[in-house]
Design a protein around this ligand. Structure first.
Ligand SMILES: [Zn+2]
Length: 570
């Protein structure tokens, strides 16, 4: 009693004093603990795309966030390899890959002698027999690198916001991550939360035994409804009159992918239940996001999310924008219709949350894991520049390097090139009694003579801090994690990329450090957050520490972002 009064008096004095000394002091009631933190990550939602179709959004979907939130109009990822897992974990941890360890969707494991998938873990198998999401999907070929269907967050080397929330509440906070993609769910649920994702093989939401011993009954119940099957023999059709779309008359573009009878033009048929790509095609349409939202609503009710005074956390990562972007491009009728439909999906979800938890009790944080380029042929049609890079045309990578001849190396010098990293064969270097630093630098220098390559950074220069402090170098440094990053990081020229996604040819591939790939929206909306749009440049590592500050907990362990104080300003 006595102590409490005493502390109260001290903090009153401190507050009064600091109020005179700084304008950066905010009333204590700004720190309001919401009942729910809802983190929405829209996969491949480039910063401008959100606003492109704003005039046709409903009042309560995206427009709730745009009109009621603090909206950052110039937010960027600051790491070089703008891929899905990298962006998600950056948003979750407030750290770049150099801090959290997720340097790419795939990296080469020198000990194993092959590439590995970011969240694979043979120790934690899927709970659903036959739901092997790895081998049967053509749409997410990055998963083919996995040698097990097991999944866990063990590779994430830092704590996440969701982990910190669990610590701050001694485990009373309920923490969930849901996505069509396993990596969209595992990343955000952190180490302490529960991740659930969609299996294209079993057409169910699934998880691994890292998270559950067995499924709660409500997950079995949702899966038993077989909602995906209700889309059999239907098609993705335009939601509105064709003439109302910006791209209404530009549906059929030769550069779009015509995947397994899905067609380049509306309607896009999903096929029958027994067709090989049925559930894959559902995720290559707005249906994937509708399933995610449907599942999330069931989760909110059954797990009693946001029903007590302990702040809960739910992450929803919506994947359709990404798949559609890869196959049709961001400047396409498909992406336009998907954005309008995602707006409806969010509007429906927000009104559900308003009814069951209250939007005023919910902090919503929206961002994206990465942006996207325009398709090169589309740019060329507009007289702009863009092209696909085909490393096969560099002859054998080894041949390109006069380095081998120069150093008298006869053995294989490049052990693996999985863009953006080249991994050199260390045995070859040792056998020839060469210095790794010298070889890295010679190879990097020789690569720059290839026309498509803008810059090549050798890792010893990162380790010895020898790089000039440029934006490009900083992005590569931010992507460097010892033991996972390769010897040389290759950067292509702007608007140039490999159209090959691990064996699947797609017209649009993100992953560069250029602004179209780093540019994402960042929005905070909820109680006591003032509606405003902010045009100064901010970084995605700022998101997690800001979320922590809003609810008054400590930032994740490797967080290096700054608190975005505008969310506290009136
Ligand atoms: Zn992505």
């Amino acid at each position: 009693m006595h102590n409490k009064y005493y502390l109260g008096a001290i903090s009153f004095i401190l507050l009064s004093l600091s109020a005179f000394s700084s304008s950066q002091v905010y009333a204590a009631d700004k720190l309001v603990k919401p009942k729910l933190v809802l983190q929405i990550t829209v996969d491949q939602l480039r910063g401008d795309l959100l606003f492109r179709y704003q005039d046709r959004y409903t009042k309560k979907g995206f427009n709730y966030l745009i009109n009621q939130g603090t909206v950052y109009r110039d937010a960027h990822h600051t790491h070089a390899n703008t891929e899905t897992i990298v962006g998600h974990v950056t948003l979750a941890t407030g750290a770049p890959p150099s801090g959290h360890g997720l340097i790419g969707n795939i990296w080469y494991d020198r000990d194993l002698g092959h590439s590995v998938y970011n969240i694979e873990d043979e120790n934690y198998q899927l709970l659903t027999a036959g739901a092997d999401v790895d081998k049967n999907t053509e749409l997410d070929p990055t998963q083919k690198a996995a040698s097990t269907e097991g999944r866990s967050p063990k590779t994430i080397a830092a704590s996440t916001f969701s982990d910190e929330l669990i610590i701050a509440t001694d485990g009373q906070a309920k923490v969930f991550g849901v996505s069509i993609k396993d990596r969209g769910a595992v990343s955000m649920a952190g180490h302490g939360g529960k991740a659930i994702w969609f299996s294209k093989q079993s057409q169910e939401f699934v998880s691994s035994n890292y998270y559950f011993d067995k499924y709660p009954q409500w997950i079995n119940d949702w899966n038993a409804k077989k909602i995906p099957a209700t889309y059999a023999d239907t098609a993705w059709e335009l939601m509105n009159e064709r003439s109302t779309y910006t791209f209404g008359e530009k549906d059929d573009n030769p550069w779009e992918a015509d995947f397994a009878g899905y067609s380049r033009v509306f309607p896009h048929p999903f096929g029958g239940l027994d067709s090989k790509y049925f559930s894959t095609l559902l995720t290559l349409s707005p249906v994937g996001d509708e399933l995610t939202s449907s599942f999330a609503k069931e989760l909110i009710i059954n797990e009693k999310i946001g029903q007590d005074n302990v702040t809960d956390y739910l992450s929803l990562s919506f994947s359709s924008t990404d798949y559609i972007g890869h196959f049709f491009g961001l400047s396409s009728l498909e992406t336009e219709d998907n954005m309008l439909r995602l707006d409806r999906t969010l509007s429906d979800l927000f009104s559900f949350i308003d009814k069951n938890i209250g939007l005023k009790n919910t902090l919503i944080v929206l961002s994206a894991d990465h942006g996207a380029p325009e398709i090169p042929s589309y740019l060329v049609e507009k007289k702009l520049q863009g092209k696909y890079v085909t490393p096969q045309d560099w002859d054998d990578l080894d041949q390109v390097m006069a380095v081998k001849k120069q150093l008298g190396i006869k053995e294989q010098l490049v052990e693996s090139y999985h863009h953006p990293y080249i991994y050199l064969n260390q045995k070859t270097i040792q056998k020839n009694k060469l210095n790794l630093t010298t070889v890295q630098n010679l190879v990097a220098d020789s690569l720059v003579s290839i026309d498509d390559i803008y810059h090549a950074v050798s890792s010893n220069k990162i380790e010895s801090n020898q790089l000039p402090n440029t934006k490009i170098n900083r992005a590569v440094v931010n992507n460097y994690f010892p033991g996972r990053s390769g010897d040389i990081y290759i950067i292509f020229k702007p608007q140039e990329f490999i159209s090959d996604m691990d064996g699947l040819k797609v017209p649009s591939v993100h992953g560069s450090l250029w602004t179209y790939d780093t540019f994402v929206p960042v929005i905070f909306a909820g109680k006591n957050i003032t509606p405003k749009h902010i045009y100064k440049r901010v970084q995605t590592v700022d998101v997690a520490p800001t979320m922590s500050a809003i609810i008054g907990i400590k930032a994740p362990s490797a967080s290096e972002g700054k608190i975005m104080t505008d969310v506290f300003d009136d």
